[in-house]
Design a protein around this ligand. Structure first.
Ligand SMILES: Nc1ncnc2c1ncn2[C@@H]1O[C@H](COP(=O)(O)OP(=O)(O)OP(=O)(O)O)[C@@H](O)[C@H]1O
Ligand SMILES: [Mg+2]
Length: 502
C-alpha cells in the first residue's frame, strides 16, 4: 500500500486510567494507520495491556476520546469493540479451560444453526478449520483446551482473533509461547493483513521482532507515550534508551565468584523423552542447555524436577542419591524449577504478592512463630525489591500486576529459599530489558553463593551471555558439552544440529 493511501483509522487522545494506587495511563495520545504494523513497546507496567484492554471494552477508561476514521465513538463493551472491527489476542490468552478449541475460537459469536436452536457443529468445525488453514496450523479441535500444550493454547487465542473479519488487530505478546516456526507463520499472516490494508498493533519485549516486522513504533513509559518513530529510524539501543530512559551499557552482568565442587550429577538418564544423558554441574556454575525447539530441553528440566518419571539412570545431589518423587519433594531437597509457563506453573493469581512470594518458604518461616507475619512481609518485600517488582502494595492480588511483573513474582518466590540447584526455562520471556538484566544479575548472584544453575533458552545470545558450559541436546540425546568460550552463533547452531566439530 502506498503512503498516500494510508489513512488514520484510529486516534486516541488523552487516555487516562487510574487503578487503586496506580495511575496506569496518564494521558496517552496514539494513532494507528491503515496498512501498517505498529509496534507498541515499553517496560513492564508501562501501560500497554491496559490500553489494549480499554479498547477491548474489558477495562473502563476514566478519560479519553476515540476517533474511528475521524468520527468520535465510545467503547464501553466488547460489542462496541467488535462493531469497530477491533480484534484481540490478549497477553493472558483468556481461554475458557473446559471449552474445546472450536468453542473458544467462536466464543461470544453466533454459532451457525440448523433446525432452530441446534448448533450446526459440522459447519462450525469447517469454519474453524478454515481459519486454522489460513494460519497453517493443526490443532485438536474437540478436546478441552485445558489439555493442550502452551503452543497450542496460544494458537487457539490467535485463531480466535481471526474468527471475525476485523480492521485493526491488537496482539499483546502473541508469540511468547510459540516456536520459531509458528512465529514465522504468524508473521506471514501479519504481513498479509498489512497488504490488505489492515492495521496490526504488535506488543512485545522482543525488540528484534519489533525492528523486523513493524513500520512504526510507539514507546510508552510510566503511563505516557515517550517516543513515536518510523521503525527504520530506530535501533535496538535507541529503543532501549527510550523505554528505560537511559542507555544500558551491557546486556549481561559479568561473572562473579569461582566455580566449585561438583554439586549435581546426572548419570545415564533415560526415559520416554530422553536418551542416556550424563553431566555434572558444579557449585557456582551456570550450565546452558542448547538445542532446537522440541529437542527435549524442557523435558530434561522436568525430569530433574520430578514432574516426569526418571526411567533409568541415577542422579546425585551433593554426592547423595537424588530421586524426586514430585516437584514438592524436589523443592524440599533444594532443587527448584522456574517453568516456562509461569502463570500456569508458578502463581496463585487470586492471592496477594506477599502470599505468592512466601508460599514456598512457609514451613521454614513458621518456625519463627509469632514473628511470622511481619517476618514474612519483610522477606517478601526484600525479595520483590531485588527483582525490581513494580507494585503499589504487596497486598495487591497477583492478577492485577502487569504480565512481566507477574513473572518477577515467580523469581522473587524462587530466590526466597536459597536453592541448591536452580533450573530456569526461558527466564526472560515477556520480561523487559531492564528487568532482564536484573534477572541475570540474580542468577549470577545465586551462582556466586554456590548454587548450580541450569538455563534453557531459545535465545542463544542469552545462553552465550550467561553459561559457563553448554550442554547440547538433540532429539532427547546428548549431542555434546562445550565450554562457552569459543562458541559464536554459527557454531551454536552447528552444535544444536549435533555436529561435534563445528
Ligand atoms: N486490575 C488492576 N488493578 C490494579 N492495578 C492494575 C490492574 N491492572 C493493571 N494494573 C497496574 O497498571 C500498570 C500498567 O499495567 P499493564 O498491564 O498495562 O502494563 P504492561 O505495559 O502491559 O506491562 P507488561 O510488559 O509487563 O505486560 C501496572 O502498574 C499494573 O500493576
Ligand atoms: Mg502487558
Amino acid at each position: 500500500m502506498s503512503e498516500q493511501n494510508k489513512r488514520e483509522v484510529l486516534r486516541i487522545e488523552g487516555l487516562v486510567k487510574q487503578y487503586p494506587g496506580v495511575r496506569a495511563l496518564k494521558g496517552v495520545d496514539i494513532s494507528f494507520s491503515s496498512g501498517e504494523v505498529h509496534g507498541l513497546v515499553g517496560e513492564n507496567g508501562a501501560g500497554k495491556s491496559t490500553l489494549i484492554k480499554i479498547l477491548a471494552g474489558i477495562v473502563k477508561a476514566d478519560e479519553g476520546t476515540f476517533l474511528f476514521d475521524g468520527t468520535p465513538a465510545a467503547i464501553t463493551s466488547s460489542k462496541d469493540a467488535s462493531k469497530h472491527g477491533l480484534c484481540f489476542i490478549h497477553q493472558e490468552l483468556n481461554l475458557v479451560n473446559y471449552f474445546n478449541a472450536m468453542e473458544n475460537i467462536f466464543l461470544g459469536h453466533r454459532y451457525p444453526h440448523r433446525y432452530g436452536p441446534l448448533v450446526d457443529w459440522k459447519k462450525l468445525r469447517n469454519q474453524a478449520q478454515e481459519i486454522l488453514d489460513v494460519l497453517g496450523i493443526e490443532l485438536p479441535l474437540e478436546i478441552p483446551v485445558l489439555h493442550l500444550s502452551a503452543v497450542q493454547r496460544a494458537m487457539v487465542a490467535i485463531a480466535r482473533a481471526f474468527a471475525v473479519k476485523g480492521s485493526i488487530y491488537f496482539m499483546d505478546e502473541p508469540a511468547t509461547a510459540l516456536t520459531d516456526i509458528e512465529k514465522e507463520k504468524l508473521f506471514d499472516v501479519i504481513q498479509s493483513l498489512k497488504n490488505q490494508g489492515k492495521t496490526v498493533v504488535y506488543v512485545t519485549h522482543n525488540l528484534d521482532d519489533i525492528l523486523r516486522i513493524t513500520d512504526r513504533v510507539t514507546v510508552m513509559r510510566d503511563g505516557l507515550v515517550v517516543k513515536r518513530s518510523n521503525t527504520s529510524e530506530m535501533t535496538k539501543d535507541s529503543l532501549i534508551s527510550a523505554m528505560i530512559g537511559k542507555s544500558l551499557e551491557s546486556a549481561f552482568p559479568s561473572r562473579i565468584g569461582a566455580i566449585g565442587k561438583p554439586l549435581f550429577t546426572v548419570e545415564h538418564l533415560s526415559n520416554s523423552r530422553l536418551k542416556d544423558i550424563s553431566f555434572t554441574v558444579h557449585s557456582g556454575e551456570i550450565l546452558g542447555i542448547g538445542g532446537l525447539v522440541g529437542s527435549g530441553r524442557t523435558e530434561l528440566l522436568e525430569t530433574l524436577f520430578g514432574v516426569r518419571s526418571l526411567g533409568s539412570g541415577a542422579m546425585l545431589l551433593e554426592g547423595k542419591p537424588y530421586h524426586p518423587s514430585s516437584p514438592k519433594n524436589a523443592i524440599e531437597q533444594g532443587v527448584v524449577l522456574v517453568p516456562e509457563e509461569r502463570r500456569k506453573g508458578g502463581l496463585v493469581l487470586s492471592r496477594s504478592i506477599n502470599e505468592n512470594i512466601t508460599l514456598m518458604s512457609l514451613s521454614e518461616v513458621s518456625r519463627f512463630g509469632i514473628l511470622k507475619h511481619s517476618y514474612l512481609r519483610q522477606q517478601a518485600k526484600e525479595a520483590g525489591k531485588s527483582v525490581h517488582l513494580k507494585a503499589s502494595q504487596y497486598t495487591q492480588h497477583v492478577a492485577t500486576l502487569s504480565g512481566g511483573n507477574q513473572q518477577k513474582v515467580v523469581f522473587a518466590k524462587t530466590i526466597m529459599k536459597m536453592p541448591k540447584v536452580l533450573m530456569l526455562d526461558e527466564p526472560s520471556k515477556g520480561v523487559d530489558v531492564g528487568a532482564r538484566f536484573e534477572i541475570y544479575s540474580i542468577i549470577r548472584d545465586l551462582a556466586a553463593k554456590g548454587a548450580a544453575i541450569l538455563v534453557v533458552s531459545s535465545d542463544f545470545n542469552e545462553v552465550l551471555g550467561l553459561a559457563d558450559r553448554i550442554l547440547f541436546i538433540k532429539e532427547g540425546a546428548m549431542a555434546s558439552v562445550q565450554p562457552n568460550k569459543e562458541i559464536d552463533q554459527e557454531r551454536y547452531l552447528h552444535y544444536c544440529y549435533g555436529r561435534t566439530n563445528a
